[in-house]
Design a protein around this ligand. Structure first.
Ligand code: S3P
Length: 435
């Protein structure tokens, strides 16, 4: 347990803020980089506990990665079939993305037994959603009562399948596509609603044929992957916290450069715009690995309530905790529906967000698979937030503290390191002008 963090009420957020590299793309830069023929340069890699787990995992699988510091890595790819099973299990720690994607990758290796395990929270996360389609492809994979540890015995021939996802999940889609890299024919995943497409973009940049249209994603197995350089965009899911803080606190105006605005990631911006937020996007471009990025300018605005339906959830799944905070201080009632996936994230976020916001004076109830939030347009009272080991709940508590009357104590802020180790320093610098 670390020292509690008392976040005091703050004045405006001002200036240019730099967030860490996107977590989803950082994981994939290592995992897909490892499968390439020859070296892949990665720039802007987001260093965090989760992505360090991926760095250690690929090294344990026999891949050399040079860490030059400041987000620059060289991944010496071993090709599609070059991973070697480590002695003992691979520890994914808290990283669900690593657990899911790596299951697909090791399943298509030519031989070896791979055991994937992680922390207490990972051991509660559903794995049959990945294991069942991999089995349908021909993989040998065992879960532990549906959860990690997971044991994959590689070497069975894999077949291309057509799989309809039961839940909209980029992790499940990616695991299936990655296994499909060595299937005997094309692999198709059909999504109920579009999810983030970083795997498809990176595989395409590495020379694979991936078609996406009308909710169907089809990968044709490539002979090899090759990719010179991956620029990792800024993480919109980390930026979400200063974006909402700047929106709430009067006289704020912040700039964020090179933020990833790819498909399935920008739901937060749409929702804030509907609520009255003032966010401008400019300097839009594509990175050389095909990721859309833009610079963002965010200014304070008065917010009003909105309604968020099931079709929107995949595009803002990681941003729902901070959206719930915005809704608590917006004018009117906000209803969120179809967010049952929040129950199987790093914590049961339907409950943990409700409890965190209750604890600081918000009016929020869990209703079915969503929330009903009664917004009161003024600073929150303040209080204490127990993040329950969940990084996004800890950062939610900190933003609540900045926009509170009495401040918020985040009981254990260490979880923040899972995705955004620089968060505390960034928020302190941005709010250096006191109220
Ligand atoms: C991720 C996908 C999402 C998201 C997670 C990262 C990814 O999970 O919540 O933080 O990198 O593919 P699901 O796709 O399982 O919803």
């Amino acid at each position: 347990m670390s020292t509690p963090w008392l976040v005091e009420p703050a004045g405006p957020l001002v200036g240019e803020l730099a967030v860490n590299g996107d977590k989803s793309v950082s994981h994939r830069s290592l995992l897909i980089g490892a499968l390439c023929d020859g070296p892949v340069e990665v720039v802007g890699w987001g260093d965090s506990a989760d992505t360090r787990a991926t760095l250690e995992a690929v090294r344990a699988l026999g891949v050399t990665v040079d860490d030059h510091g400041a987000g620059r890595l060289t991944v010496h790819g071993v090709g599609l079939t070059g991973l070697r099973p480590p002695v003992g299990s691979i520890d994914v720690r808290n990283a669900g993305t690593l657990m899911r994607l790596l299951s697909g990758i090791v399943a298509m290796q030519p031989s070896g037994v791979f055991t994937l395990d992680g922390d207490e929270s990972i051991r509660r996360r559903p794995m049959e959603r990945v294991a069942a389609p991999l089995r349908a492809m021909g993989a040998e994979i065992e879960t532990t009562a549906g959860c990690p540890p997971v044991v994959v015995t590689a070497g069975t021939p894999l077949h291309g399948i057509e799989h309809v996802l039961e839940v909209a999940s980029a992790q499940v889609k990616s695991a299936i596509l990655l296994a499909g890299l060595r299937a005997d024919g094309p692999t198709t995943v059909i999504e109920p609603t579009a999810t983030r497409d970083h795997t498809e973009r990176l595989l395409r940049a590495a020379g694979a044929t991936v078609h996406s249209a009308g909710g169907r994603v089809t990968l044709v197995p490539p002979a090899r992957l090759q990719l010179a350089r991956i620029e990792v965009p800024g993480d919109i899911s980390s930026a979400a916290f200063p974006i909402v803080a700047a929106t709430l606190i009067p006289q704020s105006r912040i700039f964020l450069r090179g933020i990833g605005i790819g498909a399935g990631r920008t739901g937060l911006l749409d929702v804030l715009e509907r609520m009255g937020g003032r966010i401008a996007l400019f300097n839009r471009r594509l990175t050389d690995a095909g990721e859309p990025v833009a610079d963002l300018e965010v200014a304070h605005a008065e917010l009003s309530a909105t309604s968020i339906g099931p079709d929107e959830i995949a595009g803002l799944v990681d941003e729902l905790p901070i959206i719930a905070l915005a809704a608590c201080v917006a004018r009117g009632r906000t209803r969120v529906r179809g967010a049952g996936e929040l129950r199987v994230k790093e914590s049961d976020r339907l409950e943990s967000v409700r409890d965190a916001l209750h604890g600081v004076g918000g009016h929020i109830e869990v209703r079915g698979d969503g929330w009903l939030i009664r917004g009161v347009p003024s600073r929150l009272r303040g209080g204490t937030v127990d993040p329950r080991g969940d990084h996004r709940i800890a950062m939610l508590g900190a933003v609540a503290g900045l926009y509170s009357e009495q401040g918020v104590t985040v009981t254990d802020p260490t979880a923040i390191d899972v995705s955004f180790p620089g968060f505390r320093a960034l928020m302190q610098a941005a709010t250096a002008v006191r109220r």
